[in-house]
Design a protein around this ligand. Structure first.
Ligand code: B3K
Ligand code: ZN
Length: 876
């Protein structure tokens, strides 16, 4: 396939200041008439050939300035329309008529139908599946869109911007005309038409603009959209309060559809959502669902400024809108919930998704320089690491200069298609700081490692920290440059309070942050009589790994006392990880895994520490996932041994603390009316972690059975089901719970996804057959991305013992299924295939089996560019 390179960017020869579109919607044959006002860019020679991109298009007609074009005057394939000798005038009108088939569009890019609703997805290159266009993000155009459809089939007709006209047509059809006054790239175009229920509300902006809000969902589901509506209004207010950014149209619509390749899409004034991230009530959604809805509603809304008003010059700049907008939604959730708990959740996500990407064959810089298939670059690196980079800019500048930089970026670039260089420059100009070394975070792939050692000289009252940075090599970047890493830290004294000594190397230390810029730094602190416990990377100030020798008693101390909750959580996680790695080694050596009493006891103390919020305690009690342990071990991974070690630690903790846990569990009993707020969710989270620990020993399933049967919300019910299905797989009580769940929710696909997920993660060799049989379940379909992700995605990423079966059966099933999905939806298949990216870390037998599976996915000759790109890079 073709490789796109950032250095090949050049402005297009022609601009399209105005775009008129008319859609005559019909399920199998939709006719699109595009009227493009074309303008030759200044300095471009008259008559320069015009080339427009297409994708699987059928062209019915072309006219220039109203005159039909002779077939010899243009060349059209399904992928390209080229006019070798366009008018020499500086402006002309190009009219194009194309035909598309929304019903047979299973790729869910361009115009498709989901449960009978017409819907579009254009980012990044879906608009060219609707009409020929200069389909690139720097081609800003003002859109006027006329939508025509049958009144019965589609009473609701939506597009971007404001509604300007509606009316009736012949033969039971009607139309609506929408005009969006803000010039936008084609990837932000959207159209929705269908029979949907609407939840209405309104928002008055800070300057008094009245905005009509609408959330469109399937009939019968309006009530389930009220949490999303509430989250939307809170997002609108928050962006005004925190960033001074107001909404700019008279209407803001959200539509929920059930077939969608991703979470949601920020089309101007018309966000389209995967219904999973809109619909929620206590009976059908978990606390995690509520939190995701709040975050994604906010994320898409925030794009109105960071993405839409200021968009990307080219797709290499994707992190310009995504990293920044993730940062903004993280801050929003932190303000709405518990900041520390939110931050810990972010760290866990980053480590689980971005670190393995950055440390494997698919590693790429936050701003890549090359791609073959842009769809494969909507990655954890671009999104989550991209957000971490923005967070570090704030750490380096401080909140005031950061805000000044944001203001400057927005006033300077409103209406532009901008670059990362523009973004960084705004912060440099606003603060007077030089960010040139820092900008490497955008350009250099790989997770930096800091190797840290300390020494304390009691006599001289000196504490010394020595830090050395390194960045491991990544594909096509073997030599790395030194980075600017802001490392927040604290010296915790014996009383648990932070010491306040002066640093001798003052140049590198500022407000509790060491600014590492060289390979090696030595920082000396004076007046330190007693040896402190060193708290590092507080608040997770930099997305790095640490190699540091810390005494277990120091870590235990930090796990109890560190005033920074993120670092405190990190201390208990590090202790768990070390214990689990030792346990893993013991299991591999045919020995019994044994664990330190002090650790096992400390966990009981943390669980019962009422000074800590329950949500924090839930996190501190949660053992690292099997995949986390595998990542820390790094190579020769044997998932079965990891599983055994983890179970052993879990049981040791459960046995030692059974009494405390049981008392706590009963004391946390909800009772009160359900509320999705963070505090209540935290109590449920702690209670459900305890439930998991309590499911051992005599009468083990009973507590889970009781919770399953008496639960008054989905969080508690699903948690109990998971304990039963995972710990008592095959047990009559587990089988009964699964059957009862299916019986109750069989007609609710979003709830059934939880049922698929729970079974996809049943540990052990039996999972492959179970998952295979579930692909034939009446509610399952390989064409629906949510179903595929719930069953196949979950199995391949969350079921370490089932997927990584030593005989390779998990991989073979996976390869077959990926190829089946690819026939329908290449993007979803390509995303799924990344589950094998860490295959080289496996022990040799599994490694060979995984490689065979990858080769079998690569075998078909007509593989999509999406899947081929992933597989080739994974095998390279
Ligand atoms: N911008 C979209 C993602 C589009 C993905 C295309 N493969 C959603 C978001 O990040 O807000
Ligand atoms: Zn986004």
């Amino acid at each position: 396939g073709q490789v796109f390179r950032i250095e090949d960017y050049r402005p297009s020869d022609y601009l399209i200041p105005q775009t008129g579109l008319t859609f005559a919607l019909a399920p199998e044959e939709t006719i699109v008439t595009a009227q493009l006002e074309i303008e030759r860019r200044e300095g471009v020679a008259p008559g320069t050939p015009l080339r427009l991109e297409g994708d699987e298009l059928a062209l019915l007609g072309v006219a220039v300035d109203g005159e039909p074009l002779d077939a010899s005057a243009y060349e059209a394939t399904s992928q390209l329309l080229s006019i070798p000798r366009p008018p020499r005038s500086s402006r002309f009108t190009l009219t194009l008529v194309t035909k598309v088939d929304p019903s047979r569009n299973s790729s869910l890019m361009g115009l498709f139908r989901s449960n009978g609703v017409y819907c579009t997805q254009c980012e990044p290159e879906g608009f060219r599946r609707i009409t020929y266009f200069v389909d690139r993000p720097d081609m800003l155009s003002v859109y006027t869109v006329r939508v025509e459809a049958g009144e019965d089939e589609a009473p609701i007709l939506l597009s971007n911007g404001n509604l300007v006209e509606t009316g009736k047509l012949e033969r039971g059809r009607h139309f609506a005309v929408w005009h969006d006054p803000f010039p936008k790239p084609s990837y932000l175009f959207a159209l929705v038409a269908g029979d949907l229920a609407v939840l209405h509300d309104e928002f008055i902006t800070a300057s008094g603009r009245k905005v009509a809000l609408g959330i469109h969902v399937e009939h019968g589901k309006k009530e389930r959209a009220s949490y999303a509506m509430d989250a939307l209004k809170r997002s609108m207010k928050w962006d005004e309060d925190i960033f001074g950014l107001e909404y700019d149209l008279d209407v803001f619509n959200i539509v929920a559809v059930s077939d969608f390749n991703m979470g949601a899409m920020e089309n101007k004034g018309l966000n389209v959502f995967n219904d999973k991230y809109v619909l929620a009530d206590e009976a059908t959604a978990t606390d995690a669902d509520f939190a995701n809805i709040e975050a994604i509603i906010a994320h898409e809304y925030f794009h109105n400024w960071t993405g839409n008003r200021i968009t990307c010059r080219d797709w290499f700049q994707l992190c310009l809108k995504e990293g920044l907008t993730v940062f903004r939604d993280h801050e929003f959730s932190a303000d709405q919930r518990s900041r520390a708990v939110k931050r810990i959740a972010e760290v866990r996500t980053l480590r689980a998704h971005q670190f393995p990407e950055d440390q494997g064959p698919l590693a790429h810089p936050v701003r890549p320089r090359r791609y073959r298939e842009i769809n494969n670059f909507y990655t954890a690196t671009v999104y989550e690491k991209g957000s971490e980079v923005v967070r570090m800019i704030r750490t380096i500048l401080g909140p005031d200069d950061f805000r000044k930089g944001m203001n400057l970026y927005i006033t300077r670039h409103d209406g532009d298609a901008a670059t990362i260089e523009d973004f960084v420059k705004a912060f440099e100009d606003a603060s007077g700081k030089d960010l040139s070394q820092f900008a490497l975070w955008y350009h250099q792939a790989g997770t930096p490692n800091l190797s840290v050692s300390t020494a304390h000289d009691a006599e001289r009252g000196e504490f010394r920290i020595e830090i050395e940075q390194s960045v491991p090599p990544t594909p096509s970047e073997s030599r790395k440059r030194l980075m600017h890493i802001p490392l927040a830290f604290g010296l915790v004294g014996p009383d648990g309070n932070d010491m306040q000594p002066a640093a001798v190397d003052g140049a590198t230390v500022e407000d509790g942050v060491i600014h590492l810029k060289k390979r090696r730094h030595v920082v000396r602190f004076q007046g330190v009589k007693e040896r402190p416990s060193l708290s590092l990377n507080r608040g997770f100030s930099a997305p790095i790994t640490l190699s540091v020798e810390q005494k277990p008693e120091d870590l235990l101390f930090l796990a109890r006392k560190d005033s920074d909750l993120v670092a405190r959580w990190q201390a208990s996680t590090t202790l768990f990880t070390q214990a689990l790695i030792q346990g893993f080694r013991a299991v591999r050596g045919q020995k019994q895994a044994v664990f330190d009493d002090a650790l096992v006891e400390a966990i009981g103390e943390i669980a019962a520490d009422a000074s800590l919020e329950p949500a924090y305690r839930a996190l501190a009690l949660t053992l690292p996932a099997e995949a986390d342990i595998a990542r820390e071990i790094g190579s020769h991974i044997d998932p079965d041994a990891i599983f055994i070690a983890r179970e052993a630690l879990s049981q040791a903790i459960a046995q030692r603390n059974a009494g405390v846990f049981a008392t706590l569990y009963e004391g946390l009993d909800g009772g009160a009316a359900f509320s999705p707020d963070a505090e209540s969710a935290g109590r449920r989270a702690l209670r459900n972690v305890l439930l998991d620990y309590l499911a051992v020993g005599e009468g083990a399933p009973d507590l889970a059975v009781r919770q399953f049967e008496t639960a008054t919300n989905m969080t508690d019910r699903a948690a109990a089901l998971t304990v039963l299905a995972h710990k008592f797989s095959g047990h009559e009580k587990s089988v009964a719970a699964l059957a009862s769940f299916e019986n109750q929710y069989g007609d609710d696909p979003l709830v059934m996804d939880k049922w698929y997920q729970t079974q996809a993660t049943v540990p052990g060799a039996g999972a492959v057959d179970l998952v295979r049989s579930l692909t034939r379940h009446r509610g399952f379909s390989l064409s629906n991305p949510n179903r595929v992700r719930a069953l196949i995605g979950t199995f391949s990423t969350m079921n370490q013992t089932g997927f990584h079966r030593a005989d390779g059966a998990g991989y073979r099933f996976f390869a077959e299924t990926v190829l089946e999905i690819e026939k329908r939806n290449p993007q979803v298949a390509a995303r799924l295939a990344t589950a094998l990216r860490s295959w080289r870390s496996l022990e040799p037998t599994r490694q060979a089996a995984a490689r065979d599976a990858l080769l079998s996915i690569a075998a078909p000759e007509n593989l999509s560019s999406d899947l081929r790109d992933i597989i080739e890079r994974t095998l390279a």
